[in-house]
Design a protein around this ligand. Structure first.
Ligand code: ADP
Ligand code: MG
Length: 281
């Protein structure tokens, strides 16, 4: 596959002066940039059209842009504008200064209160998406960014789905996600509910933040899937029994009995110190 060439620092693109590379994903490179007319810092996701080698990949990018443009929530990254040249698409977004939650948790696990705070913000954002018929499907600490006020922002809707993709059986069927965060029902390939798989991934994220390691992990992928399928995970001894109980409701292998977003929002563990975000559409 053709690599995306690095954009030189200080190169100008329209009203933007390009800056350092912030991160790389499967299809794009994300750069810091500055609008030299207003001084505003932005992040620009540069997608090389050559890499969009199938209609499926093209529609994923279109969906990502369309969804992110429609969403307006304090804990979801905003898109400012989308520009294109013959060869590239430039998605200009809000710059989230604090980097990935992944990098922060790699430095050490979070205490219960900090884990709960990020989890509350994550659920607020994910619940907002679900109430609009949007499922993220790739929730993981690499796609959760932190701003300089210590708030979380959900990003990367590149694998997200909408209700119009639900088949006649009421299920989504595309196999996607990242192995360690994938819900057991995705592995059975019989179709799944987008809201329930997002709740599972939120459970894995809460576990990772607080325990400091993945609940389901193995160097051998098939062995990892087996653990996920069986719902085999061990909480550290020091974890409070309330947290353990709450995690077992999130990481319930049966999607029918797994806790729902509405139940999470009413759960005492979740509600502790919860400030519902205020925002206007
Ligand atoms: P991909 O779809 O290829 O995974 P992402 O949208 O996840 O691309 O972006 C890749 C990485 O770029 C992220 O993991 C993050 O480190 C960085 N990044 C993305 N968007 C922003 C942003 N708005 N502000 C700061 N960094 C960002
Ligand atoms: Mg990503």
């Amino acid at each position: 596959m053709p690599e995306i060439e690095r954009i030189p620092k200080n190169a100008l693109f329209g009203k933007y002066e390009m800056g350092r590379l912030l991160g790389c994903g499967a299809f794009a490179k994300v750069y810091h940039a500055r609008n030299f007319r207003t001084g505003l810092s932005v992040a620009i996701k540069v997608i090389n059209k050559k890499r969009l080698s199938s209609p499926h990949l093209v529609s994923n990018v279109k969906r990502e842009i369309s969804i992110m443009t429609r969403l307006n929530h304090p804990y979801i990254v905003k898109i400012y504008e989308v520009l294109a040249t013959k060869t590239k698409i430039y998605v200009v977004m809000e710059f989230v200064k604090g980097g990935e939650l992944f990098a922060k948790v790699a430095l050490g696990r979070f205490n219960e209160d900090l884990s709960r705070k990020y989890f509350q913000q994550l659920i607020s954002a994910v619940g907002y998406c679900h109430s609009r018929g949007i499922f993220h499907r790739d929730l993981k600490p690499e796609n959760l960014l932190l701003d300089d006020n210590g708030n979380l922002k959900v990003s990367d809707f590149g694998l997200s789905a909408e209700t119009d993709q639900i088949r006649a059986d009421g299920m989504l069927h595309t196999l996607c996600g990242t192995p360690a965060y994938v819900a057991p029902e995705i592995l059975t390939k019989k179709g799944y509910d987008g809201a329930k798989v997002d709740v599972w991934a939120c459970g894995v994220i809460l576990f990772v933040m607080h325990a400091g390691y993945l609940p389901f992990n193995d160097p051998n992928l098939m062995a990892m899937y087996k653990k996920i399928y069986k719902g085999e995970f061990k909480c550290p001894k020091w974890m409070s029994s309330d947290t353990k109980r709450f995690l077992s409701r999130l990481l319930d292998t049966n999607p029918e009995t797994r806790i729902t977003i509405d139940e999470i929002l009413n759960n005492p563990w979740f509600r502790k110190g919860y400030n519902e975000p205020k925002f206007h559409e």
